[in-house]
Ligand binder design. Structure first.
Ligand code: FAD
Length: 461
């Protein structure tokens, strides 16, 4: 562990996934840290996180956890998922691997991961954790943050050296920056036409899994989509992505038991058979929005900094929100080494590098929304995936699909993964569409043709 004699005091707002890892890392660097969370301590009380129950955890997220020495602690919480198990309306399934190099992503419980991180924070004497403390505003110039105690209603203002906002999409620090009006603060929020609702498959009676454990299940239906990720207890968390109020089927139109069951019978008959509590869950669980948040700057006066969803909320279709939040901490940490003692320089350099990358993953995540709900079911897309997997298997150091570049190449910036991946996708789809991959060609010839086409396109860019 790094321990420098840093006397400065950092206040972190939000003890979710990003805030708890951030607090831990800053304490490992020797800072005194206060970690403030509006919810109760989820290790002691049942807390509704308000976000998804489980998440896809992959290499970039691991990079952040590894930095804090937590790789061994997180592995027991993970269920490897080797590919997408696609379910059609006839109830047939086929597996589309994530990579030809046997790389995989993991399903992880948000609560278990957050508890592990809070337990690690608890072990650090330099960290003070306070729960039931809702931040109501931050003075950006003086680094004073005000909190209201949920239980007593009492208000307290803390004077610190640095305030870091890891308080999620509804960030109080970001709101203070928006309201400040002494510098230009750009802010944009873009909602999808679809919302989501969480449902579930129970475990088998013997604790086993009702469908393949090591896969991310997808029911792509063109306009809508359902996915399911495994949990350690044998259950699956199922998420339905459906239009709010447009088209034939929407959360608005599914307003009776009959309408819900009819819709599931028509679109997800195999899943319906595994959902004994569908109606109960459908009515009890909230329907939540999905949006992208972009803002700039992420910092002010060398005193405050936004990280994680507070700085860049993205839609969940690349499974990268938490992963990018953990990667944020990794990138910030590099700049703390470079500009030690000069917070303004650290924050500036950090944003200069990182903003381009989080903008890229935000855009890729929206693209993937369309890819997952519609394209995964199309023959041309399936042919492309088969070819990509064959390339990755035969030429593991030469070919990386866009998905692999984004998900498994933790050494590559998101912006570069997006640039290369998009051009490659276009090239491969054009070649398939134009019938350029002929049956007499070897896999090597096909890859060379693909590379040639990609180079041409990059050159034309
Ligand atoms: P949050 O997890 O939102 O944590 C913020 C914390 O701050 C919370 O504990 C909150 O209580 C606290 N807080 C908020 N306001 C205040 C305040 N005023 N004062 C004090 N405390 C406050 N990401 C992935 O990587 N993979 C996935 O598969 C994935 N799936 C997702 C599925 C869905 C349906 C959704 C909605 C998101 C998904 N994400 C996924 C994204 C992921 O959930 C977020 O990117 C991640 O939670 C961001 O962490 P965070 O700590 O920045 O924010």
């Amino acid at each position: 562990l790094l321990k420098t004699p840093n006397q400065e005091h950092i206040l972190v707002i939000g003890a979710g996934l990003c805030g708890s890892l951030l607090a831990l890392r800053m304490a490992q660097r020797g800072y005194k840290v206060t970690l403030m969370e509006k919810r109760p301590d989820l290790r002691k009380e049942v807390v509704d996180s308000g976000r998804s129950i489980n998440l896809a955890f992959s290499d970039r997220g691991m990079k952040g956890l590894r930095l804090a020495g937590l790789e061994d602690k997180v592995l027991p919480l993970c269920i490897p998922m080797h590919g997408r198990m696609i379910h059609n309306t006839e109830g047939e399934q086929f597996m589309s691997p994530y990579s030809g190099r046997h790389e995989y992503i993991n399903s992880i419980s948000r609560e278990d991961l957050n508890i592990m991180l809070l337990d690690e924070c608890e072990l650090m004497p330099q960290i003070t954790m306070r729960f039931n403390q809702k931040c109501t505003g931050v003075n950006l110039e003086t680094a004073e943050a005000t909190f209201e105690d949920y239980k007593t209603g009492e208000t307290t203002t803390y004077q610190t050296d640095i305030v870091m906002g890891a308080d999620g999409v509804g960030s109080a620090l970001r709101k203070s920056m928006l309201d400040h009006r002494k510098f230009l603060f750009s802010y944009g929020q873009d909602f999808l036409t679809h919302g989501y609702k969480e449902l579930s498959f129970p475990p088998k009676a013997d604790g086993g899994f009702l469908v393949e454990k090591h896969a991310l299940h997808i029911w792509p239906r063109g306009k809508d989509m359902m996915i399911a990720l495994p949990n350690l207890d044998g259950s699956f968390t199922v998420t339905l992505f459906l239009s709010w109020d447009e088209g034939k089927d929407s959360f608005e139109s599914l307003n009776t038991d009959e309408a819900v069951v009819d819709y599931f019978k028509r679109e997800y008959p195999d899943a319906l058979a595994l959902m004994p509590d569908l109606l109960e869950e459908f009515h009890a669980n909230p329907t939540s929005p999905l949006g992208t948040i972009k803002c700039s700057p992420w910092h002010a006066y060398g005193k405050v900094l936004l990280l994680g969803d507070a700085a860049h909320g993205i839609v969940p279709f690349y499974g990268q929100g938490m992963n990018s939040a953990f990667e944020d901490i990794y990138v910030l940490d590099q700049y703390l080494d470079q500009h030690a003692g000069d917070w303004k320089a650290v924050f500036k350099a950090y944003q200069e590098e990182r903003k381009e990358d989080t903008d890229a993953i935000a855009d890729l995540a929206v693209d993937n929304f369309h890819e997952m709900k519609a394209h995964t079911a199309r023959p041309i897309f399936q042919e492309k995936r088969k070819l990509e997997i064959a390339f990755e298997e035969a030429f593991p150091t030469e070919y990386f699909s866009k998905y692999s570049l984004v998900t498994f190449r933790e050494d590559l910036r998101y912006s570069e993964a997006m640039r290369r991946g998009r051009v490659q996708d276009k090239a491969i789809l054009n070649l398939i569409y134009d019938g350029k991959f002929t049956t007499d060609m070897s896999l090597r010839d096909k890859l060379d043709l693909m590379k040639q086409e990609t180079r041409k396109m990059l050159h034309d860019e």
